[in-house]
Design a protein around this ligand. Sequence first.
Ligand SMILES: CC1=C(/C=C/C(C)=C/C=C/C(C)=C/C=O)C(C)(C)CCC1
Ligand SMILES: [Fe+2]
Length: 308
Amino acid sequence: MTTDDALRIQGVAYGAVALVVAFGAAALPALAAMPTTTEILVVAALVLVLGVPHGAFDVLWAKRTLGLSGVKRWLVFGLAYWAAAALVVAVWAFAPILFLAVFLIASAAHFSGDPEGHAALGTRAAAGMAPLVAPTLLHEEAVARLFGLLVGPEAGALVAGGLATLAWPVVLLVVGAVVWETHRDRGRTAFEVGATATLALLAPPLVAFAVYFCLMHSARHVLRTARAAGTTSPATLVAIAAAPMVGTLALGGAAWALLAEAALDARTMQVLFVGLAALTAPHMALVEPVRARGWGFPSRVRATLEEG
Ligand SMILES: CC1=C(/C=C/C(C)=C/C=C/C(C)=C/C=O)C(C)(C)CCC1
Ligand SMILES: [Fe+2]
């Protein structure tokens, strides 16, 4: 099986799971109650084990794009990576609303890279915004509460309200994207984006995020990395990601210890999502230029391949 086959299977499997979770949650409304501490802990564990490792492959992209070699250069790279992350944590501490707003906008831009091959700009916008905006259509209060654990209840409600004003436009954009991509014979992209929006609309916000982030965003990135590295061996991939993952876990542990005074739910949310936001800054700085070049192929060559 080639990595391209694996990417196709991943897209379809993700869409199927997303729809099952979405309609399962809709059929069992008791599940859609306010997020409990248990839910937060389970989602945190899933995101940590299946989601966060995709960023550990940044070392591989750094090697490819920056041509890093030698202990000194790797040390400088590591320092710059963690300095960028620390800066984000400082913004969270001193300007929480700015932090959350920029994190959401940057995340939408980052998630818009998920669809494979060519996709219309509107489709990319829909793919990027659906996981973040759609949950506020039916679960605005739950999103506000979760944001509240990160930035305080008032700021949380404000930002969730801001997202909620975008909810219908984003739903319409998703519908347009599904119709357009189907019309252009890109049915898999249509299915993926439609499933993400359905999941984000119907399932409890954190559950929807975990399913999307682990089975779409992270899985897709790992498969793209495997394709660029020319390997399908899980052992090779684990070997690449192990050291950065251990470093990340150590810093996450330190953050956990520092936040000893916060209640368990706030503490977990903060370590997880402020940590994700912090890592997203250097992660995007490395990965977005690679995406603009077609994931390791010169974009013009790739475009010709895809048109043909
Ligand atoms: C906190 C929170 C949300 C936002 C999460 C974001 C914005 C995650 C971004 C992760 C990134 C960009 C990872 C990079 O690879 C939701 C789902 C709206 C609702 C539940 C609470
Ligand atoms: Fe990512």
